[in-house]
Design a protein around this ligand. Structure first.
Ligand code: C5P
Ligand code: MG
Length: 218
């Protein structure tokens, strides 16, 4: 039977997989080398968050033997471009499901690091996976981030910690990812943190601002 007009026109309505009443999601954003991963590790230690880095999940998928997306991810990462969002959103949702299913008592507190980096990722994730509470945004000038990335590149083995890729990643950040920060800012959902200081100092500000917003027990 042919679909009726109504069926064709009806927008696909998705209910998020996780309820924001049960699961806490904080997005962690900032340019490459702003210190997102470092600060997430501190928050995991002190507040029992689960840390999911979109970049780490993409690199793991890239290296997975049977992945159909391996080559695609590899070329996007090297060029500092944003991988098509379906791939990244699915990897995050799978990782979240695994954590929640494994540990039924898990309070479901997630730091989603390096995501969303593009508006389509933001909208898709909040619509189909879980609305986030807010964004932790690490603000750092490019000169400082470049210095950190080149230093990290000596040992990271990452295909994108080199001068040429770094330049492309900065361009993507300014053109594609900052609009996401601005979008959440307009909804008063951004906690901005100065990320130029030492890791300890940056963490102090992170804790203070988080506790201001969420209370001491979260
Ligand atoms: O966050 P990280 O620097 O590890 O990300 C590395 C690369 O992974 C990005 O430059 C981009 O190519 C890809 N990525 C993406 N979408 C995200 C996060 C990372 O395409 N949300
Ligand atoms: Mg990182």
């Amino acid at each position: 039977m042919a679909p009726t007009n109504e069926q064709i026109a009806a927008p696909k309505k998705d209910t998020p997989t996780f309820s924001p009443n049960k699961v806490t999601v904080l997005f962690v954003l900032g340019g490459p080398g702003a210190g997102k991963g470092t600060q997430c590790a501190n928050l995991v230690r002190d507040y029992n968050f689960t840390h999911l880095s979109a970049g780490d999940l993409l690199r793991a998928e890239q290296d997975r033997k049977d992945s159909e997306f391996g080559d695609l991810i590899k070329s996007y990462i090297k060029d500092g471009k944003i991988v098509p969002m379906e791939v990244t959103v699915q990897l995050l949702e799978n990782a979240m499901k695994e954590v929640v299913e494994k540990d039924k008592d898990h309070k479901g507190k997630f730091l989603i690091d390096g995501f969303p980096r593009k508006m389509d990722q933001a909208l898709k994730f909040e619509e189909t996976v879980c609305p986030s509470k807010f964004v932790l945004f690490y603000d750092c000038p490019e000169e400082e981030m470049q210095k950190r990335l080149l230093k990290r590149g000596k040992t990271s083995g990452r295909s994108d910690d080199n001068a040429e890729s770094i330049k492309k990643r900065f361009k993507t950040f300014v053109e594609t990812s900052m609009p996401v920060v601005d979008f959440f800012q307009k909804q008063n959902r951004v906690i901005k943190i100065v990320a130029t200081k030492t890791p300890d100092e940056v963490y102090k500000e992170t804790k203070e601002k988080l506790e201001q917003r969420l209370g001491k027990e979260f």
